[in-house]
Ligand binder design. Structure first.
Ligand code: NAD
Length: 489
């Protein structure tokens, strides 16, 4: 069994301390990671700091060349990462192949943004001076990632951070670090200089916190739970370090009676049951117009009840296990609580999964969920859909916005004006109309409210990893600031 060291300064370190990584389908240990501590954080940060001068001194075009080399390597070698990512989080092979075959695609737009980055003179209102704005990388960036889509989420951070000239230390989830370690090695082989990308593994409080707190850390980018995000932001704030937070969600799917019901059924199923609900944008609250509810819900129950649970490595599997045992316990407890709270269980994923080894929970639907219930308010991050109904557009919007989160939302209607109106009224960083779940390098993503702040992706993604310096140049003689003859002024 492989026991990984950290990846620091272009090489794996000797393994040091043990964290078991468990295969979600069998419950067996399949590999081990090192259990990093403050001294490993220190080594990784110093490596990134010493690589910074050379990496940041390259022109944007030179860095773009390296990122494009990395993209080329990923497009040839992505399959080498598939098994590690499935071992890490138990996600089904069809989805992992989809994510990793497209991994290279996140690096090419960032490379272009690096090429396009030139100092610019926006002019000013003053006579006798010129001002120019220059872009500066921060320095060492700490990137902290969750277990659900480790490499795709890392790419959203890494590509713009490196394109901007920063060097990076990644702290992947203690539940899912193998694919990130293999990726770092692959990136180094593809031409990324030693120290530009380092990976330290371990628990958040043991090695993540020292990374964030380190005096050489200049920017933190975090994806994970709102509880983790709060701690990271508090620690970073104590050193006046900016953070980007991509946190959880409780995203509503608002379905009007005039929608295309076939599309809505597919969109709702994809929203909540892809990756077994373990996606930040999971559409976990279904808010459906009363007149169409019975029809929609019966179709959802029938389709969801027919989804095939199975081995993540089997391409026929539609519902793979949850990623890890603590998460299974959390999801199980939330389903039990929803029953105790009086929500009506239409399809019970605990029953569907009964008797299986591994961390399985099947698709679960609850009707009559009310806003006071935990299932309405808290993120499950699993295959559990909370259903309620509405009679008026205003009521639908109020229900959609009745959440501490604001990550994503879906609106289903054939009335374009209504779709646009409701999309505008919903408090979310992303709203999909008659569609769900797209993500693209050209479209920014991020949350409102407890779902976080800052944006990833989009044509300006690189700017999240840059600071602006204004340089003023005098173009005429400098006037005497204290002339004797004040009247003459
Ligand atoms: P988590 O918050 O438990 O952990 C995320 C990462 O933070 C891990 O690497 C963890 O070790 C680290 N961490 C935890 N405490 C820390 C601390 N004090 N200092 C430094 N690092 C610390 O989240 P998770 O369970 O791994 O992931 C699931 C969560 O991620 C869900 O809430 C999900 O919605 C969210 N998520 C959000 C997005 C998005 O783009 N908005 C995408 C994917 C997942």
């Amino acid at each position: 069994m492989q026991h990984f060291g950290h990846f620091i300064d272009g090489a794996f370190t000797q393994p040091d301390g043990v964290i078991d990584s468990i295969n979600a389908a069998t419950g067996d240990v399949w590999c081990q990671f090192s259990r990093g501590q403050a001294q490993h954080a220190e080594r990784a940060i110093l490596s990134a700091q010493s690589a910074f001068d050379t990496w940041s001194a390259k022109s944007g075009a030179e860095r773009a060349d390296v990122l494009e080399q990395l993209a080329d390597t990923l497009s040839q070698r992505w399959e080498e990462l598939v098994e590690a990512e499935i071992g890490d989080n138990g996600k089904r092979i069809t989805e992992v192949r989809g994510q990793l075959s497209g991994l290279h695609g996140w690096f090419r737009p960032a490379a272009q943004q690096a090429r396009d980055l030139v100092p610019h003179d926006q002019g000013n209102t003053l006579a006798g001076v010129r001002s120019e704005q220059q872009y500066l990388p921060f320095g060492v960036v700490v990137a902290i990632t969750p277990w659900n889509s480790p490499l795709m989420i890392l790419a959203w951070k890494l590509a713009p951070a490196l394109a901007a000239g920063n060097t990076v230390v990644v702290k992947p989830s203690e539940m899912a670090s193998a694919s990130t370690l293999l990726f770092a090695d692959m990136a180094h082989q593809a031409g990324l200089p030693a120290g530009v990308l380092n990976v330290v593994t371990g628990f958040g409080h043991e090695v993540g916190e020292p990374l964030v707190r380190h005096p050489l850390t200049r920017k933190v980018t975090f994806t994970g739970s709102d509880a983790g995000g709060r701690k990271v932001a508090e620690t970073a704030a104590s050193n006046v370090i900016p953070t980007t937070l991509e946190l959880g969600g409780k995203s509503p799917q608002v379905v009007f009676a005039d929608c295309d019901l076939d599309d809505a059924v597919n969109g709702i199923l994809s929203g909540i049951f892809l990756s077994n609900g373990q996606t930040c944008v999971a559409g976990s609250r279904l808010i459906v117009e009363r007149s169409v509810k019975a029809e929609l819900v019966s179709r959802l129950v029938s389709r969801a009840g027919g989804l095939k649970l199975g081995d993540p490595m089997d391409p026929q599997t539609q519902i793979a296990p949850l990623a890890n045992e603590p998460h299974l316990k959390k999801v199980t407890a939330m389903i039990t609580q929803a029953k105790d709270d009086g929500a009506r269980c239409l399809l019970d994923g605990l029953e569907t999964a009964r008797g299986r080894s591994g961390f399985f929970v099947g698709p679960t639907l609850f009707d009559d969920v009310t806003p006071d219930m935990q299932l309405w308010r808290d993120e499950v991050f699993g295959p559990v859909l909370a259903i309620t109904s509405f009679d008026t557009e205003d009521e639908a919007i109020a229900l959609a916005n009745d959440s501490n989160y604001g990550l994503a939302a879906g609106v289903w209607t054939m009335d374009d004006d209504k779709g646009a109106r409701v999309a505008q009224a919903i408090q979310a960083g992303t709203v999909y109309i008659n569609h769900y779940r797209s993500v693209d390098p050209m479209s920014p993503i991020g949350g409102l409210k407890l779902s976080g702040y800052g944006r990833e992706l989009g044509p300006e993604a690189i700017k999240a990893f840059l600071q602006i310096k204004s340089v003023w140049t005098g173009t005429s003689s400098v006037p005497d600031p204290f002339p004797d003859d004040v009247e003459a002024q």
